[in-house]
Design a protein around this ligand. Sequence first.
Ligand code: ASP
Length: 359
Amino acid sequence: MRFSFFPAVLGLSLLAAGCNSPSSSPVAATETPATPPADQTKYVLVVHGGAGTILKSKMTPEKEAAYRAALTKALQTGYDQLQAGKTSLDAVEAAIHILEDSPLFNAGKGAVFTHAGRNEMDAAIMDGKTLQAGAVAGVTVIRNPISAARAVMDKSEHVMMVGPGAEQFARQVGLTLVDPSYFYTEERWKGLQDAIREDSTKARLDHDDRKAARLGGGQHDYKFGTVGCVALDKAGNLAAGTSTGGMTNKKFGRVGDAPLIGAGTYANNATAGISCTGWGEFFIRSVVAHDISALMEYKDLSVDEATRTVLEKVAKLGGDGGLIALDRQGHASLPFNTAGMYRGTITGDGKIEVKIYKE
Ligand code: ASP
């Protein structure tokens, strides 16, 4: 039930070995570059738009094209930032803006509804160079929660702000605030009505197959719509960010893994940048993102070995979902233990790959 881009990484590297890549071009004896040119075939930015029961049989060609277009736009937008010499943090924020502004994903516009019929959003961002981080949770009027997370990191002495306090701060630093109705989409509203009808006591995850989506039930069948991005800039610095509406029908101010540093989001230049999507309670309990980083730092595991190991731990507890990870050498790992995960990569030479299903 696992998948990663590892074969794709290998394939690309093999392909590149036979191509005239910048790293293989001859250098005249007199001009020894101070630093070797970066391998343009390595990944520089990866995104996800949620994992879950995403089956080709349930998808229309139009819907699939729309998802692919949104993911491609996010990749290209983040890449353009990197190409312009901006930081990985800028690239992550810009790419996530695209996904937050798209009604297709459970983040920003299109966020799922709480039991009370509100949109309460969570987001986090982390700088792999400095280990600085910022996060917001339970915000309802900030158009782009990822920018609020960034502002918490850059413009306050705190790491996490919640609810009205976070919104007051966002107003103070000049972020765009909107009426809560901005986040409404009919599909998510219907999703809430279905969830309430089916189960008056439990929350469910975005895009779930309604019949199977019963938390705590034996047979579950989820689809998660959180968005995330990890980027590696020209200076070799990593950053990771995640943004979500959480779970449909969530109650009592429930917060998932996405805004929790070390659970759903983490970045460290010594290891990797990581952004998760899935059944948040299990990702929190498994401290997924930091666990991956720790396996790389203390056990010397590769990014792919580390992500697989930790996702197996999540599965053993009964949780499912997926994640994206990128290390400082440009190795990407995008495993998931659900039927599909909206995901995409872009290499230094601008080659975009978008995938949805298991391959
Ligand atoms: N991880 C998110 C949460 O539990 C949900 C998702 O990934 O869609 O809030």
